[in-house]
Design a protein around this ligand. Structure first.
Ligand SMILES: N[C@@H](CCC(=O)N[C@@H](CS)C(=O)NCC(=O)O)C(=O)O
Length: 259
């Protein structure tokens, strides 16, 4: 896909979506998926994963992706901030349940996938751990930056697989309750952002095949879970991921930078 630099994006009107280039980062892929299903056009803006991203810091007050910026409104730097902005800009189709109780439960599940100490956060600690354990203070700057931004400690990394296992089991149980109730989605009776988040974050357990999601081979190896985490991935959750990409988000995933 085509990206523009922060310097060129800042003065543009409309929706700008800052994304890590070259990798299917699940937070970014979910933000792209939300825009896709809502048919919200945006300009993709380059963020360098683990990079200094000084121009992004000057624009948005932080260095991570994704970020959504609408006209001259404050940047939305959290996934839920991006979701609620998208809901406002393109209410149809709605990606949150109308029922308050369902919505509260849905947002709780979303946090377990996208939020601090959630599935993506914990998988990231697992990926950083062997590199930091081997290199210590001599770790590459990109790894050191991510370790300090995203709560790395050896203790947190060692606890992380069990958090992922528990979240995968919880999601499998929820999907099964929905199946028994004759429902096709993770919450309520219709497609929601929870389905998008699950589909995107499943990449950090088992990435989509290369023809559906080209990515650097090293990253594919890192993302592919083994051991108890892989064992905790219910085949029904993987089938749900495939269904959501096929029916709603679309394939192939396009994240490579066409410079
Ligand atoms: N706060 C963000 C998540 C931010 C985040 O974890 N971003 C990662 C996604 S892989 C990132 O930018 N990593 C590369 C970096 O920090 O340079 C949200 O709620 O969406």
């Amino acid at each position: 896909m085509k990206f523009v630099d922060v310097g060129n994006a800042r003065s543009l009107p409309g929706l700008r979506l800052v994304l890590t280039t070259g990798v299917p980062g699940p937070w970014g892929e979910a933000a792209k998926g939300i825009c896709h299903v809502k048919r919200l056009p945006y300009v993709a803006v380059r963020q360098e994963g683990g990079g200094e991203n000084a121009a992004l810091a000057a624009w948005t007050g932080q260095t991570s992706a994704p970020v959504a910026v609408w006209n001259d409104e404050p940047p939305r730097t959290t996934s839920l901030g991006i979701l609620f902005l998208a809901e406002r800009l393109a209410p149809d189709p709605p990606l949150l349940p109308d029922d308050a109780d369902e919505r509260a439960r849905m947002l709780g599940y979303c946090h377990e996938i996208i939020g601090e100490q959630g599935l993506g956060w914990s998988r990231r600690l697992m990926l950083l751990h062997p590199i930091l354990a081997a290199a210590g203070e001599h770790a590459p700057p990109a790894i050191a930056r991510m370790a300090s931004k995203y709560g790395y400690s050896a203790e947190a990394a060692e606890a992380a697989p069990w958090r992922v296992v528990a979240i995968l089991r919880m999601l499998a149980a929820q999907l099964d309750r929905q199946r028994i109730a004759g429902r096709s989605y993770l919450i309520g009776t219709r497609f929601s952002a929870l389905d998008v988040y699950w589909a995107a974050f499943a990449a950090m357990i088992e990435p989509l095949p290369e023809e559906q999601c080209p990515m650097p081979a090293g990253l594919r190896g890192l993302y592919t879970a083994t051991g108890p985490v892989r064992d905790a991935l219910d085949p029904a959750l993987l089938a749900h991921r495939d269904f959501i990409y096929r029916e709603h988000i679309g394939l192939p995933v396009d994240c490579l930078d066409e410079r």
